[in-house]
Design a protein around this ligand. Structure first.
Ligand SMILES: Cc1cc2nc3c(=O)[nH]c(=O)nc-3n(C[C@H](O)[C@H](O)[C@H](O)COP(=O)(O)OP(=O)(O)OC[C@H]3O[C@@H](n4cnc5c(N)ncnc54)[C@H](O)[C@@H]3O)c2cc1C
Length: 276
């Protein structure tokens, strides 16, 4: 399929990106292009102007500030996957294949807001945040407030997601379990878990993120509430609550019930890995 005609700009500064977006109402940012180009080829998106971020140096690089890890929006999945960033790397390493990981970006996958993608639920579970820049400056949005609906995030018209921040979560173990038919596929369901144990071996803190269990990424709060302050022996019992309150989208791969079953099984596995 051939996309509709469009103009193309590759500015080398954020100011120029913001200017182009503000002057062209239906312009679209292109980062890795691995979600946008298929949509354009199907003519589900037909922007009049593509603003390419690849030359904007301010959007690249990973930095550390105290207990925070900060990824520029144009950080490619490959760099995240191979960077020893704990749970974030574990999840990024499962994205598609090497070609997709070489092009796809952390900013693009979060701004796209596909609940089947791997990194959105990680942002939620790790309680990270994103920085968004628009004509009136920067604003920081917590992961919990960022995903508004299916393919809809807090990035507004004329705005750009510039960076993604995760707390380092020292002292937390992690587990990531993704179920798909083929290695390069999106998750039918995936579960991310973070566990911090107290000195006596009990669970001091626990976070569980659910991928593809609704129109947005979710936290399995019933599991978390059932486990906080408890022994790790309770993991199997608590994992049975993983699908509580979820409305997973049924598709050709899995019914709602099967997805709920997967959520329970994967939650148990991810929690056991995280509590080693
Ligand atoms: C065959 C295939 C398999 C895949 N499998 C997986 C998988 O298993 N797991 C997974 O998580 N993903 C998967 N993906 C998606 C991949 O991770 C993409 O990289 C990701 O969805 C989008 O990132 P991108 O940089 O390519 O964004 P683009 O396609 O360039 O952009 C996507 C959307 O986000 C907007 N956007 C991009 N960057 C910004 C920004 N900085 N600020 C504001 N808006 C922005 C664009 O305007 C567009 O609307 C797969 C893709 C393909 C082609």
């Amino acid at each position: 399929m051939i996309p509709a005609e469009f103009d193309y700009a590759a500015p080398d500064s954020l100011d120029e990106v913001i200017r182009l977006l503000s002057e062209n109402g239906d312009a679209k940012i292109i980062a890795g292009g691995h979600s946008l180009l298929p949509l354009m080829k199907l003519r589900l998106a037909a922007p009049s102007l593509l603003v390419d971020l690849r030359r904007v140096g301010e959007l690249t690089g990973v930095s550390t500030d105290g207990d925070t890890l900060k990824f520029g929006a144009m950080t490619r999945h490959h760099e995240v996957a191979t960077g020893k960033f704990g749970l974030v790397s574990a999840a990024a390493a499962t994205i598609a294949d090497q070609q997709v990981r070489n092009m796809g970006t952390i900013g693009g996958t979060l701004a796209h807001g596909d609940p089947a993608s791997d990194l959105p639920a990680i942002l939620l579970a790790a309680e990270g945040s994103v920085t968004i820049r628009g004509g009136s400056g920067d604003r920081e949005v917590a992961g919990a407030d960022f995903f508004e609906d299916y393919l809809t995030t807090a990035v507004g018209e004329g705005e750009i997601l510039t960076s993604v921040s995760f707390p380092k979560l020292s002292g937390y173990g992690y587990g990531y379990e993704k179920f798909n038919r083929r290695q390069e596929d999106w998750a039918m369901v995936a579960v991310s878990a973070l566990v911090k144990k107290a000195g006596d071996g009990s669970i001091e803190d626990v976070r569980v993120g659910l991928t593809h269990m609704g129109s947005v990424p979710l936290r399995a709060t019933a599991v978390e509430d059932a486990l906080r302050g408890q022994s790790v022996e309770k993991i199997a019992e608590a994992a049975e609550l993983a699908a509580e309150g979820t409305e997973p989208p049924a598709d050709l791969n899995a019914s709602q019930d099967y997805k709920r079953h997967l959520a329970r099984v994967l939650t148990k596995r991810a929690l056991l890995a995280a509590s080693q």
